[in-house]
Design a protein around this ligand. Structure first.
Ligand code: FAD
Length: 473
């Protein structure tokens, strides 16, 4: 315990104690450390966490509190407008400094600027740290000095600069506590978990939030599935990917920890190198999306390519509802949408297929799909989600060509050849043989309780191409 002026560490989506430079610096100062989390979920705030994210957040905060207790400290919880609440806490605790990790979402970045100004006025130190990305957006620029809009050159630039990725810092051994602890909200009072109905059973079965679970998942992946990641990552019927996305989103593990653990694993097991490199390339995709959002903050709302502002999207609530419920009549699409509903996660290949189906087969706006993902994904991430949706719709930076309209039957046959993934999530199709499972209607099968395709692929494809021609992409 110390009566010195404390340092507030304001946690947001950096809910970890290792490789957490804001916390490390606070601990190194030798002053008392006050770990603070502020829930700012007022209706006026853009992109407040969706339902599945709130479920994850509750458990992530529980886990962080345990990790801080192991360092002899605590997590203080407050609810309210972020900047005003942090400032009020700094005044109340007589803090000498506030530390936080830099974020790149528009609302978070605006908070940082406002807090910086308010703390300066109050005569309190404000220090911002990196750690949620491998490279800050200013660190990677094109030769002309602008932001990258294409992934491949971005990836090359990232590899060329990879030697500068700092080794992750261990957690502090102990944190000095303040002379008196400020009052904290009770986490349960925030009511982050669903009650009536409680739809979170599938999430509880699928996930273990928290820093310790994240590191365990990373180690298991690097010792196992990573070796065959390059070939298995497109197979939703296999556990071929890391499933680290919610952990990375909430900052329970930092990208530098993943990067260095991957590099070490590749050195120890050269036969796994190709798989691990392919995996680390995806970590750079995350980086690319975050850099894009930092430089084009309207990306979640507006088409990156303004030509798409004139795209003739349809408004069809009934069709949107069938897509959301996984009742389109296309087995791979329905399996994905139901996996999402039950577990809060969907395989990347299937995300592309369902997003293509929504925007191209149904001609519904990518923003509708993005909003549904935002509410239902445990890894809902403003940058990755907006970039993913715009990539598929064709309106994004370095997007898929507009004329690429995934055929959901061909995608199913290629990436779920035996139909195991479909059978797992669409029980109505459990008895359909592999040959017919991705298009039961082609073999004249009617499956009780399963709908016929809501649109015919060829006709939908032509309609989509016609719509794209209208905006002359
Ligand atoms: P792995 O294959 O193990 O990859 C490791 C990590 O790399 C991931 O955890 C993730 O952090 C990052 N990553 C992988 N692929 C991508 C990608 N295409 N873009 C950006 N980062 C990537 N990812 C999210 O984290 N949140 C989202 O809200 C999100 N929405 C998406 C929406 C659409 C329409 C599409 C097509 C993709 C979306 N993605 C999103 C990207 C990707 O689908 C997920 O990151 C991935 O499926 C997570 O599974 P994993 O952790 O097993 O990935």
């Amino acid at each position: 315990m110390s009566s010195e002026q404390s340092v507030i560490v304001w946690f947001r989506r950096d809910l970890r104690v290792a490789d957490q430079p804001a916390l490390t610096a606070a601990a190194a100062s030798g002053r008392p450390v006050l770990a603070l989390y502020v829930l700012d979920d007022s209706a006026a705030r853009p992109w407040a966490p969706g339902s599945a994210s709130r479920w994850w957040l509750k458990h992530a905060l529980d886990a962080l509190a345990v990790d801080l207790e192991a360092l002899g400290s605590r997590l203080v919880l407050r609810r309210g407008p972020a900047v005003a609440t942090v400032l009020a806490m700094a005044r109340e605790a007589g803090a000498g400094a506030v530390h936080f990790t830099r974020h790149h979402e528009p609302a978070e970045a605006a908070d940082e600027a406002q807090l910086n100004a308010a703390l300066a006025e109050a005569g309190i130190d404000c220090r911002r740290f990196g750690g949620n990305l491998l490279f800050e957006p200013e660190a990677l620029k094109t030769k002309a000095g602008g932001p990258f809009k294409v992934f491949t050159p971005f990836y090359r630039a990232a590899l060329a600069a990879a030697h500068a990725i700092k080794a992750p810092e261990p957690a502090p051994e102990r944190l000095t506590t303040p002379a008196a602890w400020p009052k904290s909200d009770a986490l349960d009072d925030w009511k982050l978990l669903p009650t009536k109905p409680d739809w979170a059973g599938g999430l509880c079965a699928a996930w273990k939030p928290g820093g310790a679970a994240a590191r365990e998942r990373l180690d298991d992946f690097l010792e196992g599935a990573a070796a065959s990641y390059a070939s298995d990552r497109d197979r939703p019927d296999r556990d071929g990917t890391s499933a680290l996305s919610p952990h990375l989103h909430f900052g329970e593990i930092g990208p530098r920890q993943v990067w260095h653990a991957g590099a070490l694993a590749a050195d120890l097991a050269p036969q796994a190198r190709a798989g691990i490199e392919a995996f680390l390339r995806e970590i750079v995709w995350r980086e690319f999306c975050h850099h894009l959002l930092a430089q084009f903050p309207a990306m979640p709302e507006r088409a990156f390519n303004p030509t798409f502002d004139a795209f003739p999207w349809r408004d069809d609530r009934d069709a949107l509802g069938r897509w959301q419920q996984g009742r389109t009549g296309y087995p791979i699409v329905d399996a994905g949408m139901r996996q999402l509903w039950v577990t809060g996660w969907m395989h990347n290949r299937v995300r592309m297929v369902v997003a293509s189906f929504l925007t191209k087969h149904l001609l519904l706006p990518w923003q509708d799909g993005q909003a549904w993902f935002w509410d239902t994904l445990v890894d809902a991430d403003l940058a990755n989600n907006a970039a993913g949706w715009q990539w598929v719709a064709g309106s994004g930076a370095d997007a898929a060509p507009y004329f690429r309209v995934f055929n959901p039957v061909a995608q199913g046959r290629k990436f779920d050849p035996k139909g195991d993934y479909v059978r797992q999530w669409v029980p109505e199709l459990a008895d359909v043989p592999a040959k017919a499972i991705h298009a039961p209607w082609e073999s004249g099968m009617e499956v009780a309780g399963y709908p016929a395709p809501m649109v015919e692929h060829k006709a939908a494809r032509e309609r989509a191409l016609l719509a794209y021609r209208q905006i002359r992409v």
